[in-house]
Structures are given as structure tokens and as C-alpha cells.
Design a protein around this ligand. Structure first.
Ligand code: HAM
Length: 447
């Protein structure tokens, strides 16, 4: 049979057999963000195009080449979000969140769309976990936001992730630096790639980020932003580094980190994995003190970061990190005959109401095929119900891992009896269950 439509290039399906990996990452990022005081925000998938042009910047690759834009009635155009910051700041301003006391801290997990050449770790639809902290100008805020990203990566079990930090100064120091860069690159103009010749006029800092080997060779001795920082920006950067030291977070100062989006000021940073090839930046972020005002809000210092979840997962797989175990069926009830099938529905309903994960036959299979299916879905226990079990009011409960069988009543005691068996099994086989029960018991002792 020919498939009538295929998955678009640069997109991914997450099939049920793989989704536990995503759920592991999503639960770690959510718990860690909450622990640092961030609350979730959800924003639309598309925004007015002008939002991205004004924030991300009209000279960036994202805006110039990568946006998915559609026009609607009139001359309005809308764009699928290429990143989460612009929409989040728009929503924070529009909903008056900054009036609720500062700082405001929000996080999001969302899909982003960029029309890039797809390759390993570079997709056209990808997912970001991001955090934005608004209303704090202090260098402690920079260190705290970096610490949050660092904690997430460590809690996921990732190793050998290098943190690069830099300061790209404020608009004043940056203006001087731009002039210095222009003066440095101008004599090499004709040797630069076509994109960089254009960048030289519009956004010379982006030249430092060019992937062409020839351009990188020319850029090797380019002036460094760190030599152009004004006193305040330099002092801010020194304190960020000092605080990271106190927090025990290793970093490298890399004056060539400029980031691909225009809204940044002062501290910028990237976490890089060397285990997934060329697209190794798993997290990028920085301060953007002018953005809230640019988008129509009161002047408000702010900063944040976003992690590419596909790249995080690729690195976790490459490093053999552990994922949360997938939940499997607690009990499968195999039934023979109409009366048993009816009793099964009654029992399944009761047990699901109690919170157990219970399945039964929905396709009219014979007993042998039902048992095979129970095995395939890794059911922990199976009960077989037939006429004789209905008559006696009791059945065999089979532990599928050991093959051990015990009698279980089908009456009122069923839930308690099953619960007791289940508890013993989980205490002896599931570390998370055991630690949860033990922690609960400890808490009880304290009271
Ligand atoms: P960004 O560096 O453009 O920053 O993207 C953040 C992360 O998203 C990257 O480090 C990477 O892991 C992932 N990413 C970007 N493009 C792709 C792609 N085509 N395929 C797969 N993953 C990708 C931002 O988006 C900023 N909004 C981050 C930020 C938040 N800065 C302050 N607050």
C-alpha cells in the first residue's frame, strides 16, 4: 500500500515506543524550573510577523531566510514562531504580568519552526525548553539563570557539556566594537563569503559566527568584544563569573560567542555537547535588557535561555543516559466466554477507578492469543476468567515474570488482595516505588 502523504522534511514523529524519553526530559525540566521559582507560560504557535522582525532582528538568518510566514486577509502576515522569547515577552507585556511584582520568572516547552537545511540535530520543527527572567538587572540573575540550565543538564545525567560565556556589552560599547570590527574586516571584504560581505555592512558581529573555514581564518585575529566593554559592562561580567565560581559551575570565556539573534546585551552563553556532531549547541541564551521596551513595555532588564530538546535527547542517547521507565500494564484480564467477558468489564472498571493500569481483550481473541498479547504488552499480572472461575468466585493470579500463581477472590476482597500482591512486587522490583514508599514512611515518622 502506498503512503499518500509523508512526514515533511526536517520534522519528526515521536512514536509511543520512544515517548518515554521525551517524558523523562519534560519532567526533569519542569521540576527543575519550578524549583528555581519559574512558572509555566503557554503562548500561541504563530504571531504577527512584525514581532519577530522587531525582536529577533531583520538582519538575522532567522528573519531573513528561515521564517514560515503566511498572509491572511488584508496585508497582515503571521509567522510560525522560530523561537520562544519574542512571543513570551509579548504575552508578558500584553497580560500585564510585569505589574505583579518583579522579578517575574516564566518557563515554556514549545515547538519552533525554522526553514533550515535539515541535518542531524537541525530540524525545521524542533522543540525548546526555555526560561525567561524579567525585572532583574543584577549579575546574580545571570548566574542564577545559567545555574538553572546547568542543573537541568546535570539532572538529565549529561556529562562533558562545555559552558561558553561572553559579554557582548551594551549598545554603547557595542557601537565602538562594531566600528573596530568593520575596520578590521574591510581590507578582507573581497575574500569573505557573499553572506559575510553583506553582514559587514549590516551586522559585523555575525561575521565571527560564520561557518566558512576561509572566513574563520580571517576572523582569527579580529578584535575581541571583551577589550571594548565599558566599565559597567566589564564589572557586570566579572561578577557573573565570580558567582558562577561560587556556584561551582565550570565555564570558558569565549569572546567569539555572539549568538544568532539581535536582542542580546551583556552576558551571552552557550552549552555545547561534543557528542552529537556539528549541531552541538544544546542550550543558548543571554541577557536582553532592551527587548521589553522594544516590544512596547516599560524598560525592564531581562534574560533567559532555551534548550533544543532534540539535541538534548541525541546527547543523552549518545552518552547512554538513563530514561524514566515506561509504565506497563499492572493486570491483564483474559476472558473465555460471554459471561466472563461481562465480569471482566465490571472488574476492570473497579480496578481502574482505584488507579490500577488494567487491560482486557477488545478484539475478540481466543485465550492463547490473549495470553500472548498480555506478554507482549509486558503485563505484570494476568487473571484468566472462565465459567469455572465465575462459579467458584475465585481465580488464579499469575505473576508474569516468575510464572508463580496464587488464588485471588473475585468478590469484594479482589482489590485488597491484588493491592497486597502488587505492593510486594513493586517493593521488590521497582526502585522508584520503594524510595517513594520509604520517603513517605520517613515523613510519617517525623510527625
Ligand atoms: P537559539 O540559540 O536560536 O536561541 O536556540 C536555542 C536552542 O534551540 C539552540 O541552542 C538549539 O539547541 C535549539 N535549536 C535552534 N535551532 C534549532 C534547529 N533548527 N533544530 C534543532 N534545534 C534547534 C533562542 O531561540 C533564544 N530564544 C534563546 C533565549 C531565550 N535567549 C534568551 N531567552
Amino acid at each position: 500500500m502506498a503512503l499518500l502523504a509523508k512526514r515533511p522534511n526536517g520534522t519528526q514523529d515521536v512514536v509511543p515506543n520512544e515517548v518515554y524519553k521525551w517524558q523523562t526530559v519534560e519532567s526533569v525540566v519542569r521540576d527543575t524550573a519550578q524549583q528555581f521559582g519559574f512558572r509555566e507560560i503557554r503562548i500561541p504557535t504563530f504571531e504577527e510577523t512584525g514581532l519577530f522582525v522587531r525582536s529577533v532582528g531583520d538582519t538575522t538568518d532567522v528573519v531573513q531566510k528561515e521564517m514560515y510566514t503566511v498572509s491572511s486577509s488584508g496585508d497582515k502576515t503571521f509567522t510560525l514562531r522560530p523561537e520562544g522569547t519574542a512571543g513570551t515577552i509579548r504575552a508578558v507585556i500584553e497580560n500585564g504580568i510585569l505589574n505583579d511584582g518583579l522579578p517575574q520568572k516564566v518557563y515554556y516547552t514549545l515547538s519552533c519552526f525554522r526553514h533550515e537545511k535539515a541535518q542531524k540535530g537541525r530540524l525545521r520543527e524542533f522543540h525548546q525548553f526555555g526560561c525567561e527572567l524579567l525585572g532583574a538587572a543584577s549579575p546574580s540573575a545571570d548566574a542564577d539563570v545559567i545555574a538553572l540550565a546547568d542543573s537541568v543538564l546535570k539532572r538529565l545525567g549529561l556529562r562533558n557539556i562545555v559552558l561558553n560565556i561572553n559579554s557582548i556589552g551594551c549598545p554603547e560599547c557595542r557601537a565602538k566594537y562594531r566600528e573596530a570590527l568593520k575596520a578590521y574586516f574591510e581590507p578582507h571584504r573581497s575574500e569573505l563569503c557573499a553572506t559575510c560581505q553583506d553582514r559587514l555592512d549590516k551586522n559585523p558581529m555575525r561575521l565571527l559566527d560564520c561557518k566558512s573555514e576561509e572566513d574563520q581564518a580571517i576572523a582569527k585575529d579580529a578584535p575581541l568584544i571583551t577589550d571594548y566593554l565599558c566599565e559597567d559592562c566589564a564589572a557586570h561580567f566579572e561578577t557573573v563569573k565570580k558567582q558562577l565560581g561560587i556556584m561551582g559551575i565550570d565555564f570558558t570565556v569565549n569572546p567569539k560567542i555572539v549568538r544568532g539573534l539581535d536582542y542580546y546585551t551583556r552576558t551571552v552563553f552557550e552549552f555545547i555537547s561534543n557528542d552529537i556532531g556539528a549541531q552541538g549547541t544544546v542550550c543558548g541564551g543571554g541577557r536582553y535588557d532592551g527587548l521589553v521596551e522594544t516590544l512596547g513595555g516599560k524598560p525592564t532588564p531581562a534574560l533567559g535561555f532555551a534548550m533544543g530538546l532534540e539535541r538534548i535527547l541525541l546527547t543523552m542517547e549518545a552518552q547512554g543516559c538513563e530514561f524514566m521507565e515506561e509504565k506497563t500494564c499492572d493486570l491483564y484480564i483474559a476472558a473465555m466466554g460471554e459471561a466472563a467477558a461481562e465480569k471482566t468489564v465490571e472488574i476492570v472498571t473497579r480496578m481502574r477507578d482505584e488507579g490500577f493500569f488494567v487491560e482486557y481483550d477488545l478484539v475478540g481473541r481466543g485465550l492463547k492469543a490473549q495470553m500472548k498479547y498480555a506478554d507482549k504488552i509486558k503485563a505484570k499480572y494476568v487473571i484468566v476468567l472462565g465459567d469455572s472461575e465465575l462459579e467458584s468466585g475465585s481465580a488464579k493470579l499469575k505473576n508474569m515474570a516468575t510464572g508463580e500463581q496464587t488464588d485471588i477472590s473475585l468478590g469484594e476482597e479482589l482489590l485488597d488482595d491484588f493491592g497486597a500482591q502488587y505492593y510486594e512486587l513493586m517493593m521488590s522490583t521497582d526502585d522508584d516505588f520503594r524510595s517513594f514508599v520509604e520517603a513517605f514512611a520517613d515523613n510519617g515518622d517525623d510527625k
